[in-house]
Write a protein that binds this ligand. Structure first.
Ligand SMILES: [Zn+2]
Ligand SMILES: [Zn+2]
Length: 390
């Protein structure tokens, strides 16, 4: 059976040209729904955890349920590609390849339409809001999802830096846990000529920035200090992503500041410890400088822990298809909200090589390589077989 690959590629490029941000994927979901309907699934559930949708393909007999996930959302970033299907929207672009992941799942749908499994059910899930870390959790909390209860869940992510069509897999932890932190520091504004009449957060901010940058057990910290790194079991990293003091007003001593950071680690316990240490530093420095502060956690991702049994199915499938198998020594430092699924169900997230020299994910020159769509469909097809037919 020959899949309509050229049509899938065209469709992928159409999605690329018409990206939508997290939680705003209405037209994308509409379009996917229309395409899926052509493949006559037994049912489609819409508006799952927002704009998500799931299509069900029943086998000839009852059996296990396998769920495959892809993402609907694009990023609030500028695209710098000179391609005919470049994003038609300002500062919204599919720079993570979710357009390609959608095309792959549609390819799986087409395959199932032509040839249903002999047993079990395949559920194709198109998840909203992956980039903000909200979508997976919202799906899991949606009443419409409660009855699905899959036996296995799988997802792939294309990975630049690895040979095209290779499969990158890891037992246990695959991707890191992470969360954003927003800190607001309140002092008192004064004239620039009379800073002693105000309470400026300037020195506190510089102390906090330095102390937080040195927190964690990461290669950068270990080269310049090694006192705090023993507190963590494994890799931890705090990255300052934004800092701001006062306004651009030369006559003013600022009385307000904001700091934003992203905390990450392989292990959940380490992230908890890193969070506590971070807040302790902010509390101590603020108190010392007689400043008030508030904080809020943003975009929280759990780590993605791969189940042994599910991961073995991925490995067996890659071997069966004679694909290059790459087993990284360490988990990835980035996060994926698929972790919410693997914390609840037996599952595995794996990488699909996008090319050794391919621009990185979220980079302005990134564009999903259409040549790997076919491998994506094949590996999912094989995983379905390994899970349902045995
Ligand atoms: Zn992304
Ligand atoms: Zn992504």
């Amino acid at each position: 059976m020959k899949l309509q690959l050229s049509e899938l590629k065209k469709f992928r490029q159409y999605l690329h040209q018409n990206p939508e941000l997290s939680n705003q994927e209405k037209s994308t979901a509409e379009l996917i729904c229309k395409k899926l309907t052509k493949f006559a699934p037994d049912k489609i559930i819409r508006n799952l955890g927002g704009n998500g949708l799931a299509a069900f393909f029943q086998g000839k007999k009852n059996g296990k349920k396998i769920l495959l996930r892809c993402e609907l959302d694009a990023l609030p970033l500028y695209e710098n590609n000179d391609i005919s299907y470049r994003s038609s929207k300002n500062n919204i672009a599919h720079l993570c390849g979710h357009d390609g992941h959608m095309a792959i799942l549609l390819g799986v749908a087409e395959k199932l339409a032509k040839n249903r499994t002999s047993k079990g059910t395949v559920i194709l899930l198109f998840q909203p809001a992956e980039e903000t870390g909200e979508g997976a959790e919202k799906i899991l909390q949606d009443d419409k999802f409660q009855k699905i209860n899959p036996d296995f869940v799988f997802a792939l992510h294309n990975l630049p830096g690895y040979p095209k069509n290779s499969i990158i897999i890891r037992k246990n932890i695959f991707a890191s846990a992470s969360k954003g932190l927003e800190i607001k520091i309140f002092g008192k504004t004064a004239h620039a000529a009379e800073p002693e009449k105000g309470e400026t957060p300037v020195l506190a901010v510089s102390e906090i920035l330095e102390k937080l940058s040195l927190l964690g057990k990461n290669p950068f910290v270990e080269t310049i200090q090694n006192n705090s790194s023993n507190d963590f079991q494994n890799f931890t990293l705090l990255t300052i992503i934004h800092a701001m003091v006062g306004n651009i007003a030369y006559g003013t001593t600022p009385g307000y500041a904001e700091i934003r950071a992203t905390l990450r680690s392989y292990l959940e316990n380490d992230l908890q410890k890193l969070s506590e240490k971070t807040l302790e530093i902010i509390r101590n420095v603020s108190q010392k400088n007689k400043l008030e502060f508030s904080f809020a956690w943003k975009e929280e991702f759990p780590n993605t822990k791969n189940d042994l049994d599910a991961t073995k199915k991925v490995i067996d499938s890659a071997e069966k298809l004679h694909l290059d198998l790459i087993r990284p020594e360490n988990p990835f430092r980035w996060s994926e909200d698929f972790g919410h699924f693997t914390h609840k169900f037996k599952g595995s997230l794996f990488g699909l090589g996008a090319g050794k020299d391919h621009p990185e994910l979220h980079h302005p020159n990134y564009d999903f390589p259409d040549e790997i769509i076919e491998t994506g469909i094949q590996i999912f097809g094989q995983i379905i077989q390994n899970t349902l037919e045995k």
